[in-house]
Design a protein around this ligand. Structure first.
Ligand code: NAD
Length: 354
């Protein structure tokens, strides 16, 4: 059934998608009238980033390979000082959400145009959202200042993404699409993207995990991840994202894994109160029970399905439920203290969603 009232704001940003598209970086810099690129990466991806810098020739200003999780302000300030010294006129973030987060943090302070070259499925390149950590406290803000100008998706770069990271990063991306379907500010454009995204990722991820260099499957997975990023960037999230934020922050759990584990449970909690979302997910997943299907998919992909597997202590369940009730937020189904504790307990133990 169609939505009969909504508001929708389209976000600007150019996307180049394909195989071998990395070769178009110089051209994209020219379009932006940029001549001195500051390349960003994690230490793990420094070699590839250095290659990219050298391919840029005189248009490569320098490399900062210290990007790390949670965008610590100290790291940003170090990178920013180098960007200024090099007189860089744009950043080129080569990597996952952590590296792209650093490019956004630089844009927030120095307004340098950003070219993103994503190598995971996290989707940060499509959002005007930035999370930063200072003195151990993570704060998130939404501002168009951090929305990247250009994203180059090159399927080739995802061929090296390990199976487990492909699985968890892909499920993390699907969580953005799932919650977009029952967002308070949902709209028909984003709903179309979300349904397509879930369908593309659900069919591609098992093939990607079975054979990391299956280009057809890698292309579909990256396409789905792009759409999921647009979902996250365009509408507000709900229970699932709140729980993951609480659990990740309280027990220092890994980001993508936490999302992968919680998603089926959050969806089961909300499904009856979000019938059009449940119907869209049923179509996308080809099943009557999308929450169970996501739980089965995680199992098939070899992703962790229990919070205890990734380091959450059992005595953290009750305090986590308390934290999830602090600072009320919108959710299609009201947040009940006991129901949330039951949900977390099931996710902790790795039981199927109910
Ligand atoms: P990540 O960027 O931390 O990357 C994980 C690891 O994988 C790193 O060591 C990286 O070097 C390596 N890696 C990346 N691509 C690879 C490849 N193709 N081959 C081999 N190794 C590769 O992880 P992520 O899941 O992409 O991003 C998670 C972070 O992004 C979190 O901090 C999250 O909060 C943030 N995020 C932000 C937004 C937003 O809108 N602001 C959206 C999604 C995620």
């Amino acid at each position: 059934e169609r939505m009969d009232a909504f508001a929708y704001t389209a976000l600007p940003g150019r996307v180049v998608f394909g195989t071998g598209t990395l070769a178009q970086l110089s051209e994209e810099m020219e379009r932006l009238e940029c001549r001195r690129a500051f390349v960003l990466s994690t230490p793990q991806q420094a070699d590839k980033a250095r290659e990219l810098l050298s391919d840029l020739g005189e248009h490569g200003a320098g490399l900062f390979d210290g990007a790390t999780m949670h965008t610590p302000v100290e790291v940003t300030e170090r990178a920013l000082a180098i960007a200024r010294e090099l007189e860089a006129d744009c950043t080129v973030a080569f990597g996952g959400g952590s590296t792209i987060g650093l490019g956004k943090a630089i844009a927030l302070r120095a307004d340098l145009p950003q070219i993103c070259i994503p190598t995971t499925y996290a989707g940060s390149e499509m959002t005007p959202i930035i999370g930063q950590t200072e003195n151990g406290v993570k704060t998130t803000q939404r501002t168009e200042k951090v929305l990247p100008e250009v994203t180059i998706y090159d399927v080739d770069l995802t061929l090296t993404l390990p199976a487990l990271l492909s699985a968890t990063s892909g499920l993390n991306a699907m969580a953005h699409a799932v919650e977009a379907l029952y967002a308070k500010d949902r709209n028909p454009v984003i709903a179309l993207l979300a349904e397509e995204a879930v369908s593309a990722l659900a069919s591609a991820l098992p093939k990607v995990v079975a054979d990391g260099v299956d280009r057809r499957a890698r292309t579909d997975a990256l396409y789905g991840a792009w759409l999921c990023g647009m979902c996250l960037g365009s509408v507000g999230m709900a229970l699932h994202h709140k729980l993951c934020h609480v659990l990740g922050g309280a027990f220092d759990l890994p980001h993508a894994e936490t999302h992968a584990i919680v998603l089926p449970h959050a969806l089961a909690y909300n499904a009856a109160a979000a019938q059009s979302a449940a119907a869209a997910l049923s179509r996308a997943l080809g099943t009557q029970d999308p929450a169970q299907a996501l739980f089965d998919l995680a199992g098939k992909l070899g992703a962790p399905r229990a919070l205890r597997q990734i380091g959450m202590p059992e005595d953290g369940i009750a305090p986590a439920a308390e934290l999830a009730l602090e600072n009320p937020y919108w959710n299609p189904r009201p947040i009940g203290r006991d129901a949330i504790e039951t949900l977390i307990a099931r996710a902790w133990a790795g039981e199927p969603p109910s």
